[in-house]
Ligand binder design. Structure first.
Ligand SMILES: CC(C)(COP(=O)(O)OP(=O)(O)OC[C@H]1O[C@@H](n2cnc3c(N)ncnc32)[C@H](O)[C@@H]1OP(=O)(O)O)[C@@H](O)C(=O)NCCC(=O)NCCS
Length: 160
């Protein structure tokens, strides 16, 4: 079932499917987009298809973000390595022309409601300390900095 979730007049969410494979082939191989992402993200067609297959079903809840009906990235929640009891937020706007329009902020706000609807007590996020845009998104949405941190990543937590 491909029900759309409307977040605003221009932004909606669509359950993840293999039809977006080609977008990730571009985005995950784009050094501007991937510079602060996990270097282990899949980069080939086959690996991306396997990754999509994995995150299409619980305990992963991934949705493509449509902006003006175009697929521009995803928002999701997934099990966290930081705390196995809690979910972690995954946000990627793969089209740099769409950055700075408030889209990630709206999507992450929705991810909070998704995590809460699944009866979680909090939502985590892991952000590269150089990723100014992402740091701003989570700070603005009242995620609190977690004391566990390393030279590269800052952990955030939003408690419901
Ligand atoms: C980081 C990212 C998610 C931000 O998405 P976005 O849709 O541009 O974020 P928003 O428009 O909601 O921006 C939130 C705030 O950060 C600011 N911002 C966004 N990118 C910025 C940047 N590169 N430098 C400085 N400020 C930035 C916005 O101006 C906005 O500020 P405001 O609330 O004061 O107006 C997006 O750039 C992205 O997906 N990058 C590639 C993948 C990635 O790094 N994902 C995050 C992994 S944790």
């Amino acid at each position: 079932m491909n029900r759309l979730i409307t977040l605003s007049s221009e932004i909606s969410l669509k359950p993840f499917s293999q039809s977006v494979t080609h977008n990730y082939l571009t985005w995950f191989n784009d050094p501007i987009v991937n510079r602060y992402l996990n270097p282990k993200l899949p980069k080939t067609n086959n690996k991306i298809r396997q990754w999509i297959k994995k995150v299409q079903k619980p305990p992963y809840y991934y949705y493509s973000i449509l902006y003006q009906n175009q697929n521009i990235g995803h928002i999701g929640i997934r099990p966290s390595k930081f705390d196995k009891q809690l979910p972690e937020c995954a946000i990627i706007i793969g089209e740099p022309t769409c950055w700075g329009k408030g889209i990630a902020s709206i999507a992450v706000e929705w991810a909070k409601t998704k995590a809460q609807s699944l009866n979680h007590t909090a939502l985590l996020a892991r952000v590269n300390k150089k990723n100014i845009g992402s740091l701003k998104v989570f700070t603005k949405l009242n995620f609190k900095k977690n004391s566990k941190s390393d030279p590269i990543y800052q952990w955030f937590k939003f408690t419901f």
